[in-house]
Design a protein around this ligand. Structure first.
Ligand code: AMP
Ligand code: ZN
Length: 120
């Protein structure tokens, strides 16, 4: 990871990265922090976040896309280490209509159950 990171004092997920708020760590590297969702919606529910504050998918740019690419490399590693061979779903809510509640870019990994087609 070449780009320097910026974490915000008033952001829940930045504070989790800094260790100020406890979390159940699944995986981390220079770019990514991944931890168990506190309110799981599937048997496996992991949040993958960049170690740099980005509000949402709407704020991804050429300048910060390295962080996003790093998250997806981590997602593949986590899927392998968690044994998700039967499949998994990756979701990122962006903005009010999508129901984003924490304004730090995050990717939900959901797995361990047969998910219906619903919205997607
Ligand atoms: P979203 O609604 O897409 O913004 O997702 C935010 C997610 O963060 C929700 O699934 C919450 O359950 C989860 N969450 C909120 N606070 C924590 C926390 N302290 N530790 C782990 N997950 C959390
Ligand atoms: Zn943040």
């Amino acid at each position: 990871m070449s780009a320097s990171n910026c974490l915000k004092d008033d952001c829940l997920f930045c504070r989790i990265i800094k260790g100020e708020i406890p979390s159940t760590l699944v995986y981390q590297d220079d770019c990514t922090y991944a931890f168990r969702d506190i309110n799981p919606q599937a048997p496996t529910h992991i949040l993958v976040i960049p170690k740099n504050h980005i509000d949402s998918c709407a704020d991804i740019s050429e300048e910060n896309s390295e962080w996003v690419a790093g998250c997806f490399v981590s997602i593949a590693k986590i899927a392998a280490s968690e044994g998700l061979e039967k499949g998994f779903r990756v979701i990122s809510n962006s903005g009010e209509d999508a129901g984003q509640t924490v304004k730090h870019l995050h990717f939900h990994i959901l797995a361990g159950t047969k998910m219906d087609e619903g919205l997607i």
